[in-house]
Ligand binder design. Structure first.
Ligand code: ADP
Ligand code: MG
Length: 406
């Protein structure tokens, strides 16, 4: 068995990367690598297969994009790398980073996802693209029509593999992988490592090295996890109190139910902050416009479902509210991953009805966190159960301002 040692690096500028790529990394404002980047980038540059596991918001996108782009050949007009992502939103977001990273390298990037004209996508592909990013369904679709040829692929990357499997993309992923050359570099990134993901690894990867950034909790330790007891539509009033109290520059409100999202947004309209909503049933153009406005700060409060928000990266979200408690604890971890990114402070508040308390406890043990009871200013104690109302009073003022950004 060969043993290779890899040196973590301190600074992107000290890496053996093409000059233009280094400049683009600097342009993105990255100097020191995040922990997952420090460990994975040198290994990926060496061509090995690798599994990267770390919390959301820890910089996994650049952890694979930078070393993969460094290995692409701009003189060859064939697809050399493909990144699969679970949702179109994540695809667009990764494509934005990829486009920034290929500036002045002569490389071309193409994002392939549903909701856009096939003709445009095919025309762009004919021009010669080296890096393709896409959702599994649409990529497979284009391949079956003979419009996308992956026979020159040398790097095969799965981003958020666990989520793709949850969404039922295993067959599509298999189809795509089987039509790329056997000799290729396989990379898999994920925040969680469920058993189906391990199976996928066994089937498709070649003795990958598993890099896991360990931490005490599964969420950023700059986060406060609070909960407020509230039943049914009382949650609307509690939500309004929370928003006026925390006054975050940007807040995400998560609902389990698509049909509840417009209703919750309506209940918040007329307040001081611009509100919009996002769910998978909206037209693609509307989803993109709303996301853009949220990122630009024109929308301050976004009510959304998990599908619509998964993988979204908005740095300045100071407050995440769980309007209801997700049945799957991993979903909680992903939701709160939208706040407290890269060492910033953040607050996650869960609105818990009586029947949801058991779910809350499951999340506590799964994510290895403690939820603190919280009473928003002006909320009557009756919105909480008597057993913890005293506790909540004591907790008032706890990290009250961490949701704000200046
Ligand atoms: P993940 O995929 O792990 O959830 P992302 O790749 O979306 O995380 O990165 C989260 C945020 O961190 C992004 O806004 C990204 O621009 C920023 N980021 C990534 N790497 C660095 C770095 N080395 N230095 C500073 N910011 C970084
Ligand atoms: Mg990611």
């Amino acid at each position: 068995m060969e043993t290779e040692t890899f040196q973590d690096f301190q600074d992107f500028q000290s890496l053996a990367l093409p000059e233009a790529l280094k400049e683009n990394v600097a342009h993105l404002g990255f100097q020191a690598p995040t922990p997952i980047q420090a460990q994975t980038i040198p290994r990926i540059l060496s061509g090995r297969d690798l599994i990267g596991q770390s919390q959301t918001g820890s910089g996994k996108t650049a952890a694979y994009l930078v070393p993969v782009i460094a290995q692409l050949n701009a003189a060859l007009p064939v697809v050399q790398a493909i990144v699969l992502t679970p949702t179109r939103e994540l695809c667009v977001q990764v494509a934005e980073v990829a486009n920034d990273l290929v500036a002045n390298t002569g490389l071309r990037v193409m994002a392939i996802f549903g909701g856009f004209s096939l003709d445009i996508q095919c025309a762009a592909l004919r021009q010669g693209v080296q890096l393709v990013l896409g959702t599994p369904g649409r990529v497979k679709d284009l391949m079956m029509r003979g419009r996308l040829d992956l026979s020159g692929v040398r790097h095969f990357i799965l981003d958020e593999a666990d989520e793709m499997l949850d969404m039922g993309f295993l067959n599509d992923i298999t189809y795509i992988a089987n039509r790329t050359p056997k000799v290729r570099q396989n990379l898999l990134f994920s925040a969680t490592m469920a058993p189906p993901v391990k199976q996928l690894i066994n089937d498709y990867m070649n003795h990958p090295e598993h890099i896991e950034i360990q931490q005490v909790t599964r969420t950023a330790d700059t986060l406060s996890h609070l909960f407020v007891r509230a039943q049914g539509h009382d949650k609307d009033r509690v939500l309004r109190s929370l928003l006026s109290e925390f006054r975050p520059d940007a807040a995400l409100i998560f609902s389990n139910k698509k049909h509840a999202v417009p209703r919750i947004a309506r209940a918040l309209r007329g307040g001081a902050m611009p509100v919009e909503y996002l769910h998978g049933g909206l037209e693609q153009e509307d989803r993109m416009r709303i996301m853009r406005q949220f990122r630009d700060g024109r929308i301050q409060v976004l009510v959304c479902t998990d599908v619509a928000a998964r993988g979204l990266d908005v740095l300045s979200v100071g407050l995440v509210v769980n309007y209801d408690i997700p049945p799957d604890p991993d979903i909680y971890v992903h939701r709160v991953g939208r706040t407290g990114r890269i060492g910033e402070k953040g607050t996650a508040v869960s609105l818990v009805a009586n029947h949801e308390m058991a779910l809350l406890h499951r999340i506590e043990s799964h994510a290895r966190i403690r939820m603190q009871p919280y009473a928003p200013a002006g909320e009557p104690a009756s919105s909480k159960s008597s057993s913890d109302s005293k506790n909540s009073r004591r907790k008032r003022g706890h990290d009250r301002h961490s949701g704000r950004r200046r």
